[in-house]
Design a protein around this ligand. Structure first.
Ligand code: FPP
Length: 247
């Protein structure tokens, strides 16, 4: 018996490896990102099938602006196309689409389309699909601290009363189930500034599979791996066993 429910409620993914996938085919990096879009569709279908409640994808980090202009442009075009093509189907499937990150940096047309897609799907509850764009985990912590400081300035909060719960309530995705499973494709074993606060107790799953090759079977394997973990949250195995017996 394991202390971990078989299905994680909230999964986050660093979708890495598009560039290498394209390089292996002697194609430009944008070709890999395009193929990556199909893998996004695969994991959305997989999460709906497995009964996962929330899926958070790292699509564009605050550091990705440093990539060659041509690649950044290709990614923006891809996001626009994906929004135009996918929103209807996501809405029909009961998916709530949300963009998290500092959206102010994007061009007005893209930002407006993001807002429209969020408004349109805002009432859906089957799957919360969060796409992190111009997002960084440190930015998220800083914006939560800024909100708390503003509440102190307005006299609504005492500085001495600020604790973990104060910040947790102001982090992105605070209204969703806690992050259970953090997946990274493409062989690197690091968090790369994604959901630093939220990943504190997430189970980590690293795979060499490049993102465009990540399909529903890969997702299922990651979920099985998660189901085998013992989540102790700082307690001992004996304490957990006793809790289970009582429960
Ligand atoms: C990392 O691979 C991937 C990205 C920076 C972009 C992710 C974007 C997509 C998967 C496109 C579709 C997304 C949505 C939400 C429609 P990399 O380029 O760093 O690959 P490499 O490590 O092999 O160079």
């Amino acid at each position: 018996m394991t202390s971990t429910p078989a299905i994680p409620r909230h999964i986050a993914i660093v979708m890495d490896g598009n560039g290498r996938w394209a390089k292996a085919r002697h194609r430009p990096r944008s070709f890999g990102h395009n193929a990556g879009r199909k893998a996004v569709r695969e994991v959305v279908e997989g999460c709906l099938r497995e009964g996962v409640e929330a899926l958070t994808l790292f699509a564009f980090s605050s550091e990705n602006w440093q990539r060659p202009e041509e690649e950044v442009g290709a990614l923006m075009t891809l996001f626009l196309r994906a929004l135009d093509k996918e929103t209807d189907e996501l809405h029909a499937q009961g998916v709530r689409l949300r963009f998290v990150g500092d959206l102010a940096a994007f061009d007005a047309p893209l930002r407006e389309r993001m807002q429209a897609a969020m408004a349109r799907t805002g009432g859906n509850v089957k799957l919360h699909l969060n796409v992190a764009v111009n997002y960084g985990g440190r930015w998220d912590i800083a914006q939560a601290a800024r909100q708390a400081a503003a509440a102190v300035a307005r006299g609504e909060l005492q500085a001495e009363a600020i604790d973990e719960a104060t910040l947790a309530a102001r982090m992105c995705l605070a209204d969703l189930p806690p992050l259970d499973l953090f997946i990274r494709t493409g062989g690197e074993c690091r968090l790369s500034n994604f959901l630093l606060w939220q990943a504190a107790y997430a189970e980590l799953h690293f795979t060499d599979t490049l993102w465009p090759d990540f399909d529903q079977a890969c997702l299922h394997r990651a979920i099985e791996d998660y189901g085998r973990r013992d989540r102790r949250y700082g307690r001992t195995g004996e304490q957990l066993a006793a809790t289970r017996t009582q429960g």
